[in-house]
Design a protein around this ligand. Structure first.
Ligand code: G6P
Length: 470
């Protein structure tokens, strides 16, 4: 039986399944930023992580990996379809990203969401020590805070929302809008990426539930005698664990790999890079369109530039993602067909995921990083790129519609919907003199290195401790 002072609850467990040469299975913590941020605390407090192991119908006993207790929550095939692919990724995801794709509202998906959220809440409630802390993560689990509170009124509950929260006019579409708000308000602290997300949430709370809201605090009715408790909703912009990026970027073998990548692309004078999950929120199509027009108009030449687009496979059974893939691959094929020569390619498109070493080598090879998301909670790729640029060279083109844009003011900012503006921004980046690159990159690096993921988690947990004291 797992009992921990500190319990993290997230849709996915932070582990990868390793199958050895003889077919034996083991698990290793995956190198994501969230685990890295929480690992020291998880290890010292003997913390537990409640999550889905990522495969349908896999029933596993709690186990330990790298000093963290892992509590697997099983999902059936049907629940993967209805709770994960359905409600989480075909209802909430598109709605919260400003309906870039139309959200689907299905009552059976909602029912599965409630059932699965309850399962996560029960696992968390069972794992938390008396007066312990439970920290719930992201949009797949918005009902868990209130469910945990009902099961375990003694614990302190935090919730962090990694994606955007939409304006009230859009949020109001959700048939279960009041349930979701009440679910989130079960937490003592509700964290968002941007000030704007927190503001939209507080507006929804005021308008839908008519609770009293003062600054970041909400008076949440608790019990029947008119008693209230305080919940705080505010921004805590997330970041990356910078250390491994700095280390890898300095490693001779990684630097050699960057040179090798450059050479294998025919040593173009400028390498442009896009790195995204293949998701319609990322504006990959807009980026490719702008780049293709620059080539067609002769403002860029295929002998001089290459766009490397890493589009890692994601949510491949959700219709909107299936269509997106077809659309992107058609566009890439057209542009390459029209402009490639035997020795040079316009777009090197990679529908694959890569280990961190290879990503850092790519960042080092890239003169220009293109982040053109139509809507993005934060965008950590932008911060990863910056962290690796120890020589203060390189240019970040960054969409205004990312959480990162609030912090990374010295990037070349773009509205990705404005294709002419995007083309001009790409040209500005390609032609930017070294001195200006240095001036901007130094400021960007200062920001990213000072506000890393440890700053993020400690400020969130400090806010949680503060509410608990009250
Ligand atoms: C976003 C979400 C995460 C999610 C990740 C990958 O970053 O905020 O909660 O885990 O995408 O998506 P997936 O559906 O594969 O977990």
């Amino acid at each position: 039986m797992t009992v921990a002072e500190f319990v993290v609850v997230a849709n996915r467990l932070p582990v990868d399944r390793i199958v050895g040469p003889d077919g034996e299975e083991s698990w290793r913590t995956s190198p994501g930023g969230l685990v890295a941020a929480l690992e020291p605390m998880m290890q010292s407090m003997h913390g537990a992580w409640v999550g889905w192991p990522g495969q349908a119908d896999l029933e596993l006993e709690p186990f330990e990996a790298d000093g963290i207790q892992l509590v697997p929550v099983p999902l059936s095939e049907q629940e993967v379809a209805d709770y994960y692919e359905g409600f989480s990724n075909d209802t909430i995801w598109p709605l919260y990203h400003d309906v870039i794709a139309p959200p689907q509202y299905h009552r059976e998906w909602w029912d599965a969401y409630v059932t699965v959220n309850r399962r996560f809440a029960q696992a968390a409630a069972a794992a938390a020590a008396p007066d312990g802390t439970v920290w719930v993560h992201d949009y797949q689990l918005q009902l868990v805070p209130q469910m945990v509170r009902e099961l375990r009124p003694d614990v302190t509950i935090g919730y962090f929302h990694h994606i955007p929260f939409p304006a009230h006019g859009l949020y109001a579409q959700l048939p279960w809008r009041d349930h979701v708000l009440r679910g989130l308000l079960g937490a003592d602290v509700i964290g968002f990426q941007r000030v704007q997300d927190a503001t939209y949430f507080l507006t929804a709370v005021r308008r839908r539930l008519r609770y009293e809201v003062k600054g970041p605090t909400v008076a949440v009715p608790a019990g029947e005698d008119g008693a209230v408790r305080t919940a705080v909703a505010r921004a805590f912009p997330i970041s990356i664990d910078t250390a491994p990026y700095l280390e890898l970027a300095a490693r001779p073998d990684v630097r050699a790999r960057a040179a090798e990548i450059r050479a294998s692309l025919g040593n173009p004078s400028r390498i442009l890079l896009g790195v995204d999950r293949l998701d319609y929120t990322k504006g990959i199509g807009h980026r490719i369109k702008a780049y293709g027009e620059l080539l067609a108009e002769g403002r860029l030449h295929v002998e001089d530039v290459t766009l490397v687009q890493v589009a890692s496979p994601s949510r491949e059974r959700v219709d909107a993602y299936v269509h997106l893939r077809d659309e992107i691959e058609l566009a890439v094929g057209r542009i390459n067909g029209d402009t490639d020569t035997m020795g040079h390619t316009a777009i090197r498109y990679l529908h694959q995921g890569y280990p961190r070493e290879e990503m850092v080598a790519l960042y080092l090879a890239a003169d220009v990083m293109l982040v053109t998301a139509l809507r993005d909670g934060m965008n950590l790729v932008a911060k990863e790129y910056i962290a690796t640029r120890a020589d203060n060279r390189g240019v970040l083109v960054l969409s205004e519609f990312t959480g990162a844009a609030d912090e990374l003011r010295q990037a070349v900012r773009v509205n990705p919907h404005d294709i002419e503006g995007l083309k001009d921004a790409i040209m500005t980046a390609v032609e930017m003199p070294a001195a200006e690159q240095g001036r901007r990159m130094r400021a960007l690096r200062r920001r990213v290195l000072e506000n890393d993921v440890n700053t993020w988690s400690s400020s969130f947990l400090a806010a949680l401790a503060d509410v608990r004291e009250r």
